[in-house]
Each structure stands twice: as structure tokens, then as C-alpha cells.
Design a protein around this ligand. Structure first.
Ligand SMILES: CC(C)(COP(=O)(O)OP(=O)(O)OC[C@H]1O[C@@H](n2cnc3c(N)ncnc32)[C@H](O)[C@@H]1OP(=O)(O)O)[C@@H](O)C(=O)NCCC(=O)NCCS
Length: 401
């Protein structure tokens, strides 16, 4: 058995895309079609790949691209978005992922990006590297026969059924408006839009191509499939920039004939269940993690977002994997943070993972204190931390990668 010592990590070169794709297909159990491979190569170009190599064989891989992500306060942060992480089944558990991540982090640090983000295949892998679930994801199934709107729910109308090609410019414009005000949502680059509008076959999983419902301030893209008595509508992407667009689109979606169930991913603060006479019509089908994050530079990350309350504290942040920790003084006034290393004693103490969990404002420090993962001597400091970090809107991932 070869040890990790016989493996070296380096930047990939042109001509290695085929071997990298093969490794990913085997690792994830997927066959990418030719068109999908091309789109993927544009979203995550091979020049940004790191490979672990043994002899002339590629046995491990990561790739990244810099993403612009909305943070609380309708500001943005630049983040390293990592994807395609895989180690050959023949070489697993010899420290190759660890080496790849060490190299990946060194590159992110050299590029002065304060945050690293990704979506994870398993929940047990990344905590050791300082990552934590940063955005949670809720999947629901709505029984259309039980879904009656309350008399107080508006019926604004204005929704049209469009083709994807005709609606494309409007969809982009609405997404951008939604993304700019939604913590956690990333700008979608041109290459990703091209892939999105191509509606690639693998994503259909036996269902139809995408149907488009368009409103001046929102859209819903969905697929239909035959399941149950009549069928299912599965929402691929729903974005509403105003409450009227949200209500108008849901009224059409839940009123469709020959649809027993509508499936969707919704934000934690989505008001849908409260707009119906029977909130149980909206059944939770999955609660999971959509985005993982790691703070690379504590002061740069924390000063990029705004806060809801004033705060004066010293945090002891532990980072055994990368040494980005230490004691930091955090002072927040009128939403704006100052954060710098200090020798003053800390009033709060936690692993760097916890800052990633709180970063987009969707989770509370007190939850992690209750989980014995954050120590606060004084409960008033913990309350103040909760109040400061909570965001006005629940965070949501903009696009999966
Ligand atoms: C997940 C994967 C990349 C791990 O690669 P690897 O080279 O075996 O990982 P390493 O040997 O460097 O492991 C590093 C640490 O993570 C742990 N670890 C790795 N994979 C793990 C897993 N799936 N579950 C739990 N722990 C895991 C190791 O035990 C090791 O722990 P330690 O160093 O703290 O003792 C590899 O198994 C793989 O490609 N899996 C299939 C594709 C996949 O899931 N990719 C991740 C996409 S987000």
C-alpha cells in the first residue's frame, strides 16, 4: 500500500481535465454528459484545480473559484468556493485530503480571501479543518389538496408561463435583485448561468425539462413527473424579490391541476405555511446543511458584515488546523464592527468553526453554548452576541456547487 508520502500535491495543468473528471465520476458515482462536463470546466476551470499525484496517476483533487457572497447588511464578502473534492477509493484514509486542504488553504490565504465555503457530501469530514454548517436547508412537500390560502393572503396575479429561453434575461435580473439582499447567496457567474439555462439532462432524473412561471419580481422554475395519483411538481429554483411575487407564484403553483404534491426547498423564514388555512399542508421532508464555511481571517470576515446590536467583547478563537485563531477584541457600534487581535482576556471562547456557523446570521451563539461548544462566563455577553449576530433575513444558498 502506497503511503501519502509517495503522493505530491500540485496545480493541475491543461490536458488533465479528462483524468480529473474520471476521478470525480468514480468518487461521486455520477456520469457527467459531454455538455455538462464542458459547462463544469467553465465554472471551475482546470487552472484552478489542485491534484494529488502518485507517479503519473491523479489520485486526489480539489478545485475552487472566487465567489462574491452577500453577508448581513446587504454587503458582500469574497470567498473561496471549493468543489470537486475527491480522493481515489484506492488511496483513501492516507491523509491525501488533509494535504489537499492544506494546499488549498495556503492558496486561499495568499489570495487574501477571508472565507472558504462549499457544500459537503458528508457531515463528518470537515469539522476537523475548522468548517461548520453555516446555512441550513429545509425541503418541504406541499399537499395541494390541503393547500387553501387564507382570506388574508393577497392574490396579486401577474404570473405568466414562459419558455426558459424567453425568460432568461428576466430571470437573471430577478436573481440578482434577490441575491443582493439575501445573506449567503452568491453572484452567479456567466458560465453558471449558461449551465443553468442549458437545463442539462442529468438534473431531470426522469422528470420534464423546466417550466417557467414569471412575475415582474419573481420566478419559479419547476419540473413535472408522474408520481402519486396524478403527479408531482418539483421546484428547481424559486426566487421572489417581493412578498407579492412570493404570493402570486405560490398561488399558481399550488393551484395547478393534475399535481398532488409540490416539492420545494424553502428558507427558514419563508411565510408559506402561515399563508394557508392548514399549515400541516406543508410537510417537512428534509432538514440538512446546504453551505459549510470556514473563517480564514477573523478580523477581515467579521468586519465585512453588519450587525443588529452594539457589542464589546473579547473572543478566544481556537484554530488548531490553521492558526488563524487567537484573542480578538470585537467592538460593534451602529452595526459596524471593529475587530483586532488583543492580549486582553476573553469573555467568550470557542473553536473557529463556531464563527462560521454564526457568520450569515441564521444560527445563534446560545445554541452552541447549550451544545457545550462555546464558553461564556457571563450570560449577558452571550445574549448580546446573539442579538448582534442574528440577521434580518434567513440566509440561503444562491446556487449549489
Ligand atoms: C472524503 C474523501 C475526500 C476523504 O479523503 P481521504 O484522503 O480519505 O481523507 P484523509 O485520509 O486525508 O482524512 C483526513 C481526516 O478526515 C477523516 N475522514 C476522511 N473522510 C472521512 C469520511 N468520509 N467520514 C469521516 N471522516 C473522514 C479521516 O479519518 C482523517 O481523520 P484524522 O486525520 O483527523 O484522523 C474521500 O473519501 C472521497 O473522495 N470520498 C468520496 C467523494 C466525497 O465524498 N468527496 C467529498 C466531497 S465534499
Amino acid at each position: 500500500m502506497a503511503s501519502a508520502k509517495s503522493v505530491t500535491v500540485r496545480a493541475a495543468v491543461q490536458g488533465e481535465s479528462g483524468a480529473i473528471t474520471g476521478l470525480q465520476e468514480a468518487g461521486f458515482g455520477i456520469r457527467f454528459g459531454g455538455d455538462e462536463q464542458e459547462f463544469r470546466g467553465e465554472v471551475f476551470p482546470v487552472e484552478r484545480s489542485l491534484v494529488a499525484v502518485e507517479g503519473d496517476r491523479i489520485v486526489g483533487h480539489t478545485v475552487d473559484r472566487t465567489m462574491t457572497v452577500t453577508v448581513p447588511g446587504e454587503r458582500t464578502v469574497r470567498a473561496c468556493g471549493v468543489a470537486g473534492v475527491v480522493v481515489a477509493a484506492t488511496h483513501r484514509r492516507r491523509g491525501i485530503l488533509r494535504e489537499l486542504y492544506t494546499a488549498q488553504h495556503a492558496r486561499t490565504e495568499a489570495e487574501a480571501l477571508p472565507l472558504t465555503i462549499f457544500t459537503a457530501s458528508e457531515g463528518t469530514i470537515y469539522g476537523r479543518f475548522g468548517y461548520e454548517v453555516s446555512i441550513l436547508d429545509t425541503a418541504v412537500a406541499i399537499d395541494t389538496r390541503r393547500a387553501e390560502f387564507r382570506s388574508t393572503t393577497p392574490d396579486p396575479g401577474g404570473v405568466t408561463l414562459e419558455t426558459l429561453a424567453d425568460a432568461a434575461p428576466r430571470i437573471r435580473e430577478i436573481y440578482e435583485r434577490w441575491q443582493k439582499v439575501t445573506p449567503g447567496a452568491q453572484e452567479r457567474p456567466d458560465a453558471k448561468w449558461d449551465m443553468f439555462f442549458a437545463d442539462i439532462e442529468r438534473h431531470r432524473q426522469g422528470a420534464t425539462t423546466l417550466f417557467v412561471l414569471l412575475h415582474a419580481d419573481g420566478y419559479a422554475l419547476y419540473r413535472r413527473s408522474r408520481r402519486g395519483e396524478h403527479g408531482i411538481a418539483s421546484i428547481w429554483e424559486f426566487r421572489a424579490a417581493t412578498p407579492d411575487a412570493h404570493a402570486a407564484l405560490w398561488r399558481v403553483l399550488l393551484g395547478m391541476d393534475l399535481v398532488d404534491t409540490v416539492e420545494a426547498d424553502i428558507a427558514d423564514d419563508d411565510p408559506l405555511a402561515h399563508m394557508l388555512t392548514d399549515p400541516r399542508a406543508v410537510q417537512l421532508t428534509r432538514r440538512g446543511d446546504s453551505l459549510w464555511a470556514r473563517i480564514m481571517d477573523v478580523p477581515a470576515a467579521l468586519t465585512a458584515r453588519t450587525y443588529r446590536a452594539d457589542l464589546d467583547t473579547v473572543m478566544a478563537v481556537h484554530d488548531p488546523f490553521r492558526s488563524a485563531g487567537g484573542n480578538f477584541a470585537l467592538r460593534i457600534r451602529d452595526g459596524i464592527a471593529e475587530c483586532e487581535p488583543t492580549t486582553r482576556p476573553a469573555t467568550l471562547s470557542f473553536d473557529i468553526n463556531i464563527l462560521a456557523a454564526l457568520y450569515f446570521g441564521g444560527q445563534r451563539a446560545s445554541t452552541f453554548a447549550a451544545a457545550h461548544r462555546l464558553k461564556a462566563e457571563d450570560p449577558t455577553v452571550l445574549r448580546a452576541f446573539d442579538e448582534a449576530f442574528t440577521a434580518d433575513r434567513a440566509p440561503q444558498l444562491g446556487w449549489f456547487f
